[in-house]
Design a protein. Structure first.
Length: 202
């Protein structure tokens, strides 16, 4: 989960995900030779063969466990203001791309990735790094659509004279509140309370 204390005032999270499960493809595919080795050990019924298999199985388990924690620590987030990518076990690497600096978003999928609803997002921006690739994104086309939608809302807020310099406009906050409620991220009571406060400000 993206730490909520890192959000700016009025900033909302709309997409938050770990990499697609295809991230574990190497671990899954390597189970085939591991099982084959176990069958071989059972056929020859030699103690050294079992010891060899056990040693390899332990190494595989440690490798898979490390990959799992890497998966857990890797997040891709789309907020109302920016894209955020965070990864790393002990040391944390984070990248923020403001929505207003994004020039284009491209989706790259192989045939296999299309069947698995996975793919890569390539984001071109005016930031110093220019082009960034985000791999193993689930439903990449839908994520790209959401980024574009948030870009448009962000631009509308920036171009609204009566709200320039005052953060998000009331209609934009109401829309964000409705989406959070529809996704079940806030309760009915909290939704009604926040909605009424925003309506009172109009």
């Amino acid at each position: 989960m993206f730490p909520r204390h890192l959000l700016n005032d009025g900033e909302e999270v709309f997409v938050e995900m770990n990499p697609h499960w295809w991230y574990f493809s190497r671990q899954v595919l390597s189970l085939v030779p591991l099982i084959t080795l176990f069958v071989f050990a059972a056929l020859i019924n030699k103690s050294w063969a079992y010891y060899l298999w056990a040693a390899i199985a332990v190494l595989w388990f440690v490798w898979a466990l490390r990959q799992y924690f890497m998966w857990r620590s890797t997040t891709f987030v789309v907020t109302s203001d920016r894209l955020v990518s965070r990864n790393g076990l002990l040391s944390k690497k984070s990248m923020d791309i403001p929505l207003e600096s994004i020039n284009s978003i491209n989706v790259h999928q192989t045939l296999g990735e299309r069947l698995l609803s996975a793919g890569d997002l390539v984001v071109e921006s005016a930031a110093q790094d220019g082009k960034q690739k985000f791999s193993n994104i689930s439903e990449p086309e839908q994520v790209a659509q959401e980024i574009n939608r948030q870009r448009e809302l962000n631009q509308r807020r920036a171009n609204t004279p009566m709200h320039q310099g005052q953060g998000h406009s009331i209609p934009a906050q109401l829309e964000a509140l409705v989406r959070l409620h529809e996704k079940g991220r806030i309760s009915d009571e909290e939704y009604n309370e926040k909605r009424q406060k925003l309506l009172d400000q109009m």
